[in-house]
Design a protein around this ligand. Structure first.
Ligand code: PPS
Length: 569
């Protein structure tokens, strides 16, 4: 299919609204596949023409050809396999020649796929040829092996409706929306800037200069679908982009959000980005050093060379129909109090810079970020999302035998933290949780696991929302405690405190008379007596309560929290 001129509409895969209604009714009876987050991103760009000339998820011949040669079977340049991966159970029900309904997580039918191909891909080969190595430190390779289903379905897509977005609706444009916008404003040359990071002054300077030099208008086109794990979330980023928009001369620049699921495939991804931007009506694209790079591989070496993406793009720009604009690294020259391209700086001048790692450290520790580096409004947004550690949520997780003193120390700690103020504190004590959250559970290994995971979930929500969670269950199994740690560390710090009071001492105290009953066999599966307790090997803190006052034990926890920067005494 030939490419429409820049501002003419691009073919979409949607049917007219009346036909969509009728097709939706028919489709309700079809086998249906619930799309993953990544598949929804892919489907949206297939349907709205962002992935033109694709007319559906790749069939086998196109897939093999794309993996091997970056081209569809008919020779058209297409660097990334856009495939529909499904489970074995689902695939077993599907024959080629059949239609299936593609649904969003709420069950809404977004499209119908006419299945032409079904096959089991060689994922290791796909990883090696598309991403450069079968190495799970590459996020797309990890996704391929750990998340994607084992069978691929290929076929043509009939679009019924685009996925619904409730966030930043006014900033989301289809390729045809943007083409119409550019046509209306008379923007004949448009330069796209792809990004997955907040914009600081250097980015603003380089995009502004790139547009001026290409005599083009600027499209800031950030990806809001899926980016690299660990990136700043898109809600924060969009607020940052909106803050930067005022810095460009009025009516020269447009901000639009792209619901792309990035693969971080470096050079191949750069070509893909170029094709997508061409489809969105752009004539130029800024390609920088290490474009869409995933970082380092298992050997600690970058997956791709720093200029591989630029070279590959340059070699294909005419074929894609979009011109590459070199990303000129801009640096701040102190003596001249302005940004200049690095290659134009006079010898001997003082260049100031703040690396990404240093920026994250300053945000984490609440240290000043100078105005020459970023706009105060951008820094304010980032600080709102990443407050310093002393203002972030965290979890203190006590573990130990029944009667070891967990609850008593946890209570003392809670009161001391409340005395300091600043963050809400919640105590999730073993007994209390069993009364309110886990009343139906017993003490089998499986039930203890469920119980602790529930505590972990609640603590992770508290941590995410900036509070302090203190947990005090027995939590006898190391594997479960590790899972809880992972759940919480996604949002804040996790401090494991082993209350290492010996079994003899706990039994001697026998505060609740349970050890006696356990010895008599009247309580079954009692931790330490007739059930295991796996002591943590490397807790952040280990406290032996024998011969120590409760206050002194709580003080040890407070000192540890202070040394981790979580509280200020
Ligand atoms: S677990 O293993 O983490 O799910 O246990 P937890 O939720 O912390 O509950 C422990 C409290 O329940 C009482 N209890 C028992 N403990 C251990 N084993 C058995 N079989 C048992 N049956 C009842 C006991 O009082 C525990 O309270 P603490 O505060 O730990 O002494």
């Amino acid at each position: 299919m030939s490419l429409p001129a820049n501002h003419a509409p691009i073919p979409e895969l949607f049917v007219a609204p009346d036909a969509a209604r009728a097709r939706r009714l028919e489709a309700a009876a079809l086998p249906s596949w619930d799309l993953s987050a990544r598949q929804i991103c892919d489907l949206e760009l297939l349907m709205n023409g962002g992935f033109f000339p694709l007319r559906g998820f790749l069939g086998r011949a196109d897939y093999e050809s794309v993996v091997r040669d970056m081209r569809l079977a008919d020779g058209t340049l297409w660097p990334i396999p856009v495939t529909l991966d499904v489970s074995e159970v689902f695939a077993a029900r599907i024959e080629t020649g059949q239609d299936i309904a593609l649904r969003d997580p709420e069950g809404v039918i977004l499209a119908i796929l006419h299945v032409t191909d079904k096959w089991t891909p060689d994922k290791a080969r796909e990883a090696t040829l598309v991403f450069g190595a079968d190495d799970v430190t590459h996020p797309a390779v990890a996704y391929l092996h750990r998340t994607a289903g084992p069978i691929y379905l290929g076929g043509t897509v009939t679009g019924l409706q685009p996925p619904t977005h409730y966030d930043f609706r006014a900033r989301r444009d289809s390729p045809n929306d943007l083409r119409a916008h550019f046509r209306k404003l008379g923007w004949r040359r448009v330069i796209a800037f792809q990004t997955r990071n907040p914009l600081h002054r250097a980015h603003q300077e380089l995009t502004f200069r790139a547009a001026r030099e290409a005599q083009a208008n600027l499209l800031i086109h950030p990806v809001v679908g899926m980016t690299k794990p660990g990136d700043v979330d898109h809600f924060t980023r969009v607020r940052c982009y909106e803050a930067v928009l005022d810095q460009y001369p009025a009516a020269t620049t447009h901000l639009s959000l792209l619901n792309l699921a990035m693969r971080m495939a470096g050079p191949r991804e750069a070509l893909w980005h170029g094709i997508i931007r061409r489809n969105h009506g752009c004539t130029h694209m800024i390609i920088g050093r290490d474009h869409a790079g995933p970082g380092k591989n298992a050997q600690g070496v970058d997956f791709y060379g720093p200029y591989d993406a630029q070279e590959l793009f340059r070699a294909h720009e005419a074929e894609i129909g979009i011109e590459m604009v070199d990303f000129r690294q801009m640096v701040y020259v102190q003596e001249r109090a302005q940004y200049e391209p690095r290659d134009e700086v006079e010898p001997g001048a003082t260049i100031l810079d703040i690396s990404g790692t240093e920026l994250r450290r300053r945000l984490r520790e609440g240290i000043e970020i100078p105005e020459w580096f970023s706009f105060p409004s951008v820094v304010a947004e980032l600080r709102r999302t990443s407050p310093p550690r002393s203002k972030q949520g965290f979890t203190v997780f006590f573990t130990g035998l029944s009667g070891s003193g967990k609850s008593t120390i946890a209570n003392a700690l809670m009161v001391r933290l409340m005395e300091m103020g600043g963050r809400p504190v919640t105590l999730l004590d073993g007994d209390v949780v069993r009364k309110h959250l886990s009343s139906e559970l017993g003490f089998s290994k499986e039930h203890r696991h469920i119980n602790i995971r529930r505590i972990g979930y609640v603590a992770s929500e508290i941590t995410k929302n900036g509070g302090i969670a203190i947990c005090a269950p027995i939590a006898p199994y190391g594997a479960t405690r590790r899972q809880v740690r992972e759940m919480i560390e996604e949002f804040g710090a996790f401090l494991e405190v082993h209350i290492a009071t010996s079994l003899e001492e706990c039994e001697r105290r026998d505060r609740k008379g349970l050890y006696k009953l356990a010895r008599e066999g009247k309580i079954k599966e009692f931790t330490g007596i007739s059930d295991p307790y796996e002591a943590p090997e490397t807790p952040e803190l280990r406290i032996d309560t024998e011969g120590q006052e409760v206050d002194a034990c709580a003080q040890q926890v407070l000192l540890k929290l202070e040394s981790m920067g979580l509280i200020r005494a």
